[in-house]
Design a protein around this ligand. Structure first.
Ligand code: AP5
Length: 216
């Protein structure tokens, strides 16, 4: 099954995509993680993307589309994938559909994760992550065992540069302006399922699995 998680910054897309991919053996394709790896590697794509990311703006569609088209076609995605942070504009959604049709695949379920803005801001401003393995924590809702240290690899945790208050505000605005049209795009194609993302992580996972018909 191929699933899209759609929702604003801090909705819990990465958290839930990690869980679904782990349980189902799907590939977790997170456009933000892939871009951050490109920035870290100092690649040409990373250099082009960094300014947009740090300003809370979207990276241009053509760069994102060529990057993600390659990932959905990889053998690792053959058993299914969960898309996290992509598509994010109608042009990206059209481009994704065209690419999937060309490789005889399709999107089966799009989950719109609904979370009130006050919770989003709380989640983003308290988020910590491990730059080595991308594990995500929250200082109150899912803290690491030792403050500032990754439970899995023991490495130091960091905060994302785009989780500064002024960038959070811009990211939420960008989402409202450029990404919310996708709700109608996928509703028209009868793929959209709405899930309350403002609940405990286990409850959100169960709701997504039920919405997409993947529950045990
Ligand atoms: P990206 O990395 O995709 O960021 P985002 O969409 O803004 O989403 P986040 O990663 O901030 O949040 P999330 O929904 O994954 O939440 P998480 O699970 O971490 O993109 C970053 C930038 O890259 C963009 O701004 C843009 O510049 C660029 N980019 C990426 N994709 C692009 C594209 N397609 N086109 C153009 N540009 C693109 O959870 C957040 C926190 O909440 C964590 O601390 C977590 O522990 C906590 N939490 C999670 N679930 C719960 C829960 N149920 N209850 C309480 N706390 C919870």
């Amino acid at each position: 099954m191929n699933v899209v998680l759609l929702g604003p910054p801090g909705a819990g897309k990465g958290t839930q995509a990690t869980r679904l991919a782990g349980r189902r053996g799907w590939a977790h394709l997170a456009s933000g993680d892939i871009l951050r790896a490109e920035v870290k590697a100092g690649s040409e794509l990373g250099r082009k993307a960094q300014g947009f990311m740090n300003a809370g703006a979207l990276v241009p569609d053509d760069l994102i589309l060529s990057m993600m088209a390659e990932h959905v076609s990889r053998p690792a995605a053959a058993n299914g994938f969960v898309l996290d942070g992509f598509p994010r504009t109608p042009a990206q959604a059209h481009g994704l559909d065209a690419r999937l049709t060309a490789v005889n695949k399709r999107i089966d379920c799009v989950v719109h994760m609904v979370v009130p803005e006050a919770s989003l801001v709380r989640r983003l401003s308290g988020r910590w992550y491990c730059p080595r393995d991308n594990r995500v924590y929250h200082e109150t809702s899912s803290p690491p065992t030792r403050a500032g240290v990754c439970d899995a690899c023991g490495g130091p945790l960091a905060q994302r540069p785009d989780d500064r208050p002024e960038v959070i505000t811009q990211r939420l605005k960008t989402y409202q302006e450029l990404t919310t049209p996708l709700i109608g795009y996928y509703r028209d194609r009868n793929l959209l399922r709405e899930v309350n993302g403002d609940a405990a992580q286990d409850a959100v996972t169960a709701a997504i699995e039920s919405a997409c018909g993947t529950g045990a």
